[in-house]
Design a protein around this ligand. Structure first.
Ligand SMILES: *Cc1c(COP(=O)(O)O)cnc(C)c1O
Length: 435
């Protein structure tokens, strides 16, 4: 092959090259929507190539809870890269991974003692599902191969994770014969502050009763169904779901990838209900938005069942498992979160979102406005025109990425009242202009 000419594209060429070659999330390669080149990010601000500055309302998809270029996180990255960036995790270990695992065990519900690191949330969910299936093999019930979940969920984009996403808004249609057939109950009916009726858990109970000896686990996002619709449901529902898992002798997997690290106003979504899952997935904000890393935690009981299978080992091991750079910045991020008064910060963000989004309630195109913790949602009656809506939000100086009928924000916890005013005013203004 001939030498490839080096090039340093200017911002205009960058966008052209991007359009020609780069695939973006949930995007067309042949007719992509515009993308905005970022040249810097600091605190709650994204700096665009054309000089505009946007106030971030997304925390880069739930991840950058401390904002961008936080000095403590930058330092943790620098210190670790000066030691070593990565070593394989088979047969080797290192301080960043061990310290992070120990910290995660200390801050998650008590019986969770074992930590399996992976590289993304979807993989953490795959690991959780494999753990559940392998556990039952170790316990002599190999027929437990299916998973129960509720509609309206989102658990990631790999095959196992897709199989437990909402069957309508998820991608089941495209991959029907490829995906494992899971068991779906109606989505939780009672909203966050509504009373739970005895009948609300009937759909799940029926599935568990009708499939004896088949169900390896129930998987759910605690309290907030995120990418499946940004719905907040009653903690009592989760408590009763835990009780049903116990009654029918199956495992409960909590997918805390979006809800973890304070986003809902409690450290974990599960904490709203005081529920202890058997398997627990974290990701997204784990590294404060610096690198891709996730973890799946489980109890001693689950770990012992898994290791009672013939090989005696858990059959998973990503190449970049326990990556030291990611683990070091994750440890710094979690410590930073715990050392600050995170719950007052989240409460302040919550108050700013509540106040700023209230005006949207008056708009005819708005079905509902809801806020929980540092999550603010405007739900429209019709799907948004993403091209127009995105431009309208950016024109108002904020970065918020709508999807479907939802214009929603989960800002960094360091957002000031003024930041939140910009973000919420952009959301309300854009909805009024083109919702
Ligand atoms: C984002 C998300 C995932 C997938 O995480 P990735 O890092 O994108 O693979 C899984 N579960 C929930 C609840 C999520 O919000």
């Amino acid at each position: 092959m001939d030498a490839v000419p080096l090039s340093t594209p200017d911002p205009g060429q960058l966008v052209d090259l991007d359009r020609a070659h780069v695939w973006h999330p949930y995007a067309s390669a042949v007719d992509p929507l515009p993308v905005y080149p970022v040249v810097g990010a600091q605190g709650t601000r994204l700096e665009l190539a054309d000089g505009r500055e946007l106030v971030d309302g997304m925390s880069s998809w739930w991840a950058a809870i401390h904002g961008y270029r936080h000095p403590v996180l930058d330092r943790a990255m620098h210190e670790q890269v000066d030691r070593f960036a990565h070593v394989m995790f088979g047969g080797l270990t290192h301080r960043p991974a061990v310290e992070l695992a120990d910290l995660l065990v200390r801050i998650t519900p008590a019986p969770l003692t074992r930590v399996f690191f992976s590289d993304s949330g979807s993989v953490a969910v795959e690991v959780a599902l494999k753990m559940a299936l392998q556990y039952w093999q170790g316990r002599g019930e190999p027929t437990r191969q299916r998973v129960v979940t509720v509609r309206g969920g989102y658990h990631g984009d790999t095959a196992g994770a897709m199989s437990v996403c909402d069957p309508v808004t998820g991608m089941h249609g495209l991959f029907r014969d490829y995906l494992p057939r899971q068991l779906f109950a109606d989505r939780p009916r009672p909203r966050y502050d509504e009373e739970v009726r005895d009948t609300d858990l009937d759909p799940v109970a029926t599935l568990l009763r009708d499939h004896p000896g088949e169900v390896a686990a129930v998987i759910i996002e605690p309290i907030v169904q995120g990418a499946g619709g940004m719905r907040f449901y009653a903690p009592e529902y989760l408590r009763r779901l835990r009780a049903l898992c116990d009654e029918y002798g199956t495992l409960l997997i909590a997918d805390e990838i979006a809800t973890g690290f304070g986003r809902t106003g409690r450290l974990w979504g599960s904490d709203h209900a005081g529920v202890v899952p058997d398997i627990f997935c974290v990701g997204k904000a784990l590294t404060g938005g610096y690198l891709s890393m996730a973890a799946t935690l489980c109890t001693d009981e689950v770990a012992e069942g898994i290791c009672a299978t013939p090989g005696g080992v858990f059959m998973h091991g990503p190449t970049f498992m326990g990556n030291p750079l990611a683990a070091a910045v994750a440890h710094a991020s979690v410590e930073l979160l715990l050392s600050a008064d995170w719950s007052s910060r989240v409460a302040a963000v919550s108050a700013g979102l509540t106040e700023g989004l209230a005006a949207a309630r008056e708009l005819p195109q708005v079905a509902e406005v809801r806020v929980l913790g540092a999550i603010g949602v405007i739900e429209l009656r019709e799907p948004v025109d993403l091209r127009r809506m995105q431009a309208a939000i950016v024109d108002r100086g904020a970065w918020v990425r709508p999807f479907g009928r939802l214009v929603y924000a989960m800002p960094p916890y360091v957002s000031t009242a003024a930041d939140l005013q910009v973000v919420t005013a952009a959301m309300v203004g854009a909805v009024a202009a083109c919702g």
